[in-house]
Design a protein around this ligand. Sequence first.
Ligand code: TEU
Ligand code: CA
Length: 566
Amino acid sequence: MTHDLVNQPEITANGFTRQWWKEAVVYQIYPRSFMDSNGDGMGDLNGIAGKLDYIKDLGVEIIWLSPHFDSPNADNGYDIRDYEKVMAEFGTMADFDALLAGVKARGMRLIIDLVVNHTSDEHRWFTESRRSKDNPYRDYYTWRRPAADGGPPNDWTSFFSQRAWTLDDATGEYYLHLFARKQPDLNWENPKVRDEVWQLMRFWLDKGVDGFRMDVIPLISKDQSFPNMPGSYLDKPSYYYANGPRMHKYIQEMHTKVLSHYDVMTVGEAVGTTLEQTALLVDERRNELNMVFQFDIVQLDRDSQGHWHSWKLPELKSIFSQHAAALDRHCWSTVFITNHDTPRSVSRYGDDDPAWRVRSAKVLQTMLLTQRGTPFIYQGDELGMTNFAFERVSQFDDIAVRNAWEGQLRAGRNDEASFVANLNKTSRDHSRTPMQWTEGTAGGFTTGSPWLAGNPNAGQINAAAALADPDSVYYYVRALIALRRAHPALIYGDYADLAPDDLRLFVYTRTLGDETLLIALNFSRDVVDFAVPGGKGEVLMASAATPVQVGQILSLPGWSAHIIRL
Ligand code: TEU
Ligand code: CA
C-alpha cells in the first residue's frame, strides 16, 4: 500500500477510515528558535523558508508552526495582538505567503497555531473592552465585580502562578486570565466573539493553510456562575477549568461554520482532559477535532506542583495501553515526546550521557514513529538535542519561570539552587534554545547574538554533523519514516504490549490484516534477553548491530531498537 490515497480502500482491515492526516508525520517549528535569517538573534520566517529542504528530506509531510502572529511576546507569541498580522520580528505577510508557497511546492502542508482561549491585553478588542462598562467590546472578555472584601470574584489561579483575576483600574472590575495577566481570556459565551474566531480562521484557511493546532482548546467554556474550585481539584486544577459546560457545542459550531468547508486537519491541545473526555473530542462521528495532544506523557515525571520525580518504564508503557483501550477505530490520537513546553526527550526519557545519547534518541524516535497516532517530531529531536544546564534564574526567558520565582520570593523562599535544580528537569526553555545547525558560533542559528543562549554542546550536536554521518539520529529517523509509510500496520495496526511489567524492555506488536510487526526497545544500558514469540522473525530495522540470536532468544544491546516482522 502506498501513501497515495487515490484508488485505495477507504477503510483499513481493522476498521479505521484512511486519512492523510493519520498517515503523515508532523514536524513542529518554534519560529523564534529555528533559524535567524537577518542576524537580529531571533528566528524568522525567511529562516524557515531556507531550511525547507532539510525538513522535506527527513520525510515529514506536515509542518506545524508555533504562533507567528503580531504579539508583544509576554508568552512568546501565545499572546496575540493581531490575528491577521505577522509578528514583525518574524517578517511580513509576504514572507508568510512565500513560506507557504515553498511548503506546498515541496508537496508538504502547513498547519498553524490557533490561540483563541485568550488574546494579548494589547489586542484592540481588549484595549476597547477595558475602557468602559458599556464599550461594545466589553463582553468580549469576562469582567466581574470584586468580591465583598474587594478581592477577586473567586479563588481560581492561573497556570502561571498568579491569581486568575486582575483588577483593572479604569472600571474597578476584575478580568479573567487563566494564563498571564497579559493574556485575558476571551468570552466564548458571546456569539460575536465566536464569529470573530470563525472569521480569523477563514482568513488563514483561504490563504491555503492546512489546519490548526488549537492551543488549550478545552478551556474555552467556563461555568458562568464562576464558583470557587472544589477542594477535590486542588491537586489538578487544569481538570477543573477544562471541558466546561459548552465546550463541545462551541467546537461543533466551529466545525459546522468553518472546518467542514475545508480539507484540513485539527489537533487540539487537550490540557486538563481525561482519556474518556478525549474520546468525545476526537470521535469522528461527533464532528469535533481530528486528534488531540494528551497531557499524560508530559505529566509522567511531575507531581501536582510541577515538581520532577523519577518514573519507571511500566508507567510510560501503560500510557500507550490506556490510549489503545480508550480510543477505538472511530478515534485518532497523536504521539509526541517533546514540544515547546517540555524538556528535551533524550534528556527526559532517554540517556543523554554522550556514550548513550545517540542510541537512546534512536530508541525514543522508534517509539514515536511506531505507535498508533500521528507522530509529531519537535525541531532538533531529529538530532538528539539535549537539555541545557541552567545555573541561575536569570538565564531563563520563560514567563512561567519568572512568575514562579516571583511567587517563591513573595512567599519568603529564595533557594535559587533547588529552584533551578527542578527547572533543569522540567523547564520549557530546554526545548526553546536555538536549533543547532553547525558547530560554528551560536550553532549556526544566527550571526548575531541569540535571544536565548544556545547549548554549548552545539560543537558535537548539530545538523551539519548529522548530515555527514550515516549513523546519525537524523538518517535513522528518515529511515523510520520511510518504513512507517511502507507498512500500514505501523500506522493503523492494533496494539499489544507483550511485557507491560518489564523495567527495561518495551516490546509491542502492531498488527494489520496478515502483517504483524514486533517492536523491541531496550530502555537501559544493559544487554537484555528477549524471546521472540514463535521463535522467528525477520529484522526490518535495527538501530544498533543486529541482536545476537541464540535459539529463540535475542540478546538486545543496551539502548537499542529493533523492528521485526513476525
Ligand atoms: O500550553 C498550555 C499548558 O497548559 C501548559 O503546557 C503550560 O505550558 C504549562 O502549564 C506552563 O508551565 C499552551 C502553549 O503550548 C504554551 O506555550 C502557552 O504558554 C500556553 O498554552 C498559553 O497560551
Ligand atoms: Ca531574525
